[in-house]
Design a protein around this ligand. Sequence first.
Ligand code: ADP
Length: 576
Amino acid sequence: MPKKKLEPTPEETPVEKEESQQVEAKPARAAKKPSTEKKTAVEKKPAARKRTTVKEAVPIPEPAPAVEAPTVPEPVLVAEPAPAQVPAPDLPQPRRSVAFIGSECYPFVKTGGLGDVMYALPKALAKLNCDVKVILPRYRCISQERQDRMIYRGSFQMDLCADGRSFYVGIMEYVWDGVVYDFIDNEEFFSYGNPYTNLVDDIPRFCYFDKAALAALNYMDWVPDIIHCHDWQAALVPVYLRTLFAQTPLAGAKTVLTIHNLRFQGVYNIPTIQYWTNLPDYVFNKDALTQNWIDASMLKGGLTYCDRITTVSATYAGEIQTEFYGEGLDAHLRYHAGKLRGIVNGIDVDQWNTRTDKLLAFNYGAADASAQKRANKLALQEQLGLEQNGDKMVLGLISRLTDQKGLDLVNAILPALADGNTQVIVLGTGDGRYEESFRQFENSYKGTVCAYIAYDETLAHRIYAGSDALLVPSLFEPCGLTQLIAMRCGTVPIVRETGGLKDTVQPYNQYTNEGNGFTFDRYEAGLLLDAVNRAKTLYFTDRPRWDQMVRRDMEKDVSWESSAWQYRELYLELKP
Ligand code: ADP
């Protein structure tokens, strides 16, 4: 039987105090050790809570003074952070409120495409009359400048573990571009430099974060229409919502869980997840969290309990229902196929705008791409110590260096690529064996191959702009953003036909002179080499047609707009 003691009763919240509260400065980072004091759970608020009128919470520059963190729940300080609504006739109606919950978000913290989506999609939804709040962990690695602009919204102790351990939950808020960012503050869980360390630490961290995110929504008295969760790190949210939070006002919200990458599922032994979540026993069955009889999968639990599953391209939505791409969850996904759909990602076209990008040596648009990309190429070659020659074809590769990304294919053909007319630039970090092999190639082909083993946003912008083509030969690719960014920058993608790569890159057709890039299907090095050679042939023998493709790519709509509409429609399906 589930333990009931962590589920607070409405009477536990001091309603009558609420209206007299003012926003107060509170400790910026006041994480507390697990308390042995009397636990006061605050996940739930009374349904009859009276809403207060609110002012928009704006970032303030001063860090809050240090004061001892409270051990008891505090009343809500500001009831509604969203900007006051002036009905605008051109905005789609009705307005919908959405809480995004995820583990990373550009520009605060980003390790891959998830961070881009958590930034760009809320912004696009805000323009479509959605009131969006993004809930994230407050990692220590978030820049001090941004930390200083957060304001304290409140804090409380939250019961978490099966033995009744409770933890501090602080809420720090940052309002920017029509989106409210609420950071869950707890030093014990989020004081590492990197958002992800190893599963031993990450499992408790996200068991805590998911519950804290819901508790924070209740605490702020903000019941969104939709709670939109992302990847395994936020996948317990629907599970908590339908179990421990089932009697709270939040339970009226519908949940969407987006799979950005099915490979990562948050799988750990059942007793550990049971301990850290105190979820009822019945969720640990083979149709929900239990996987392979002995483990619990946080993602699988979320897929079971959410109202809709989305993934980031239509092709990947189909692929993950097959054994090859299903990562052990294909049967589970086939069972839930009725609530699964694919919506392809876009990119933030303001962030990726070669006309205005200050990081580039030379700005350009579709009309002057040919000359200006060449100028950017020369600047890039100089920066990276490559032979400066605008006539060489530069192939870029910007990627996490992992098996997913098809790097064994690149390794296999790299000697063939370095043919005297072509240069290769690799930017990435990840598995040691790939880092090492690319370094060795750089040593063997000095001036022709550059392996920049780092995560570097600025250099990424310059490689997108200065390369002629970008390699994305992934084994699997849920959506892939690098090919979209490349097209936006007039860099022709060379991709494997899988997942979102297949959905976003139309193969070049030499007979009709149509298409956006070069593609290959089976996961074979020879086929990648063939695709690169087709690209080279066009580049070196028919530059006018190549330039036309560059122009087509730059003019292609890779923005969030159409996808944001699809998400909005999905939300309306759930909450008409
Ligand atoms: P994934 O999420 O699987 O890593 P995506 O293609 O969806 O792959 O997103 C990758 C994002 O991370 C892109 O914005 C890309 O430019 C960026 N990126 C990847 N590696 C690096 C790197 N080493 N330096 C800077 N940006 C990188």
